[in-house]
Design a protein around this ligand. Structure first.
Ligand code: NAD
Length: 247
């Protein structure tokens, strides 16, 4: 069912992992896709796969943490697509370390990409969402932003920030027909979690009631729901997709 027919979705960090799964899920539901990643070539595979589904798809290079880069990319996106209906702020990184060993640079990098990047992209598209009196914004937070995790104080702070940002902006934009929600994935099989040691993975699985790591598609299904007409009356919410970790 093409529930997103004639819609345009922007997905940041769409080159691989969860972002690629989101882009392709939205494309399969009928949306044309603007893929954003650090380098144009990172988007190549996602663009080709979205086009193979019969959609228009474009690649844009941007560093979500740099205001000038975001401004340029957003201008290019609107010029190419004509309009945007759905924004998924997915680009994110980890730079783990215990508090006492956490460098200022690692703190700043994670906050700049995960939190400031979400702010910059949301602000940049809000003008056109306000003008058209519609829009769906889905921010990818994390279960760590709800529960915390030893060794991830920068990441946990950035994702808790994304949740607070989501709720505040949802209140600001609700009267204009724009919804803003967050998804809090648990541990999902991607390059980000491939670094986890076998011992840590074993310990992790004990914390997941459903007993397995999630797949990028599990997150993408939740994004599709929040971007679809079925979620028209939902805003300011955080939907965990975590196998029951944070209940
Ligand atoms: P990933 O590392 O596989 O992919 C991240 C993508 O973002 C890459 O394509 C990368 O090039 C891009 N990116 C990184 N920095 C960028 C920047 N400054 N500007 C533009 N693009 C940038 O990661 P993933 O596992 O797919 O994670 C995607 C999102 O989901 C992140 O926000 C992450 O925090 C969140 N998340 C992941 C998990 C998990 O278990 N994998 C769990 C919870 C939340």
């Amino acid at each position: 069912m093409n529930q997103l027919a004639n819609q345009v979705a922007v997905v940041t960090g769409a080159g691989r992992g969860i972002g690629q799964a989101i882009a392709l899920k939205l494309a399969a539901a009928g949306a044309d896709i603007a893929c954003v990643d650090l380098k144009l070539e990172f988007c190549e595979e996602t663009v080709q796969k979205a086009q193979a589904l019969g959609r228009k798809a474009w690649a844009f290079a941007a560093n979500v943490s740099e205001a000038a880069s975001v401004t340029t990319a957003v201008e290019q996106i609107l010029a190419a697509t004509g309009k945007v209906d759905i924004l998924v702020n997915n680009a994110g990184i980890t730079k783990d370390g215990l508090l006492m060993r956490m460098s200022e640079a690692d703190w700043d990098a994670v906050l700049d990409i995960n939190l400031k990047g979400t702010f910059l992209f949301t602000k940049a598209f809000s003008r056109s969402f306000l003008k058209q009196q519609s829009g769906r914004i889905v921010n990818i937070a994390s279960v760590i932003g709800i529960m915390g995790n030893a060794g991830q104080c920068n990441y946990g702070a950035s994702k808790a920030g994304v949740i607070g940002f989501t709720k505040s902006v949802a209140r600001e934009l609700a009267s204009r027909g724009i919804t803003v929600n967050a998804i809090a994935p648990g541990f999902i099989e991607t390059a980000m979690t491939a670094k986890i040691s076998p011992e840590a993975r074993e310990a992790l699985l004990k914390q997941i009631p459903l007993g397995t790591l999630g797949q990028p598609d599990d997150v993408a299904d939740a994004v599709l729901f929040l971007a679809s007409p079925a979620a028209r009356y939902i805003t300011g919410q955080v939907l965990p997709v975590d196998g029951g970790m944070a209940m």
